[in-house]
Design a protein around this ligand. Structure first.
Ligand code: ZN
Length: 60
């Protein structure tokens, strides 16, 4: 199942930047919900933009 692949690579040591405002995202984060726990996404502390673990903007 592909879900295990996602979980395995959840930890991403590359620096991420907000796709909207270019704010650098902290490596250590507090997930805002189950989606961020599952997908390793992030929420920009500067503009509130939600992104996935690759730094792409998410709708929700
Ligand atoms: Zn931002």
């Amino acid at each position: 199942m592909s879900i295990f692949k996602h979980l395995k690579f959840k930890v991403n040591f590359k620096k991420k930047y907000c796709p909207k405002c270019n704010e650098e995202q902290p490596k250590i984060r507090k997930p805002k919900g189950w989606q961020e726990i599952l997908w390793g996404g992030n929420t920009c502390r500067n503009c509130g933009c939600k992104m996935d673990r690759l730094g792409n903007e998410r709708e929700k």
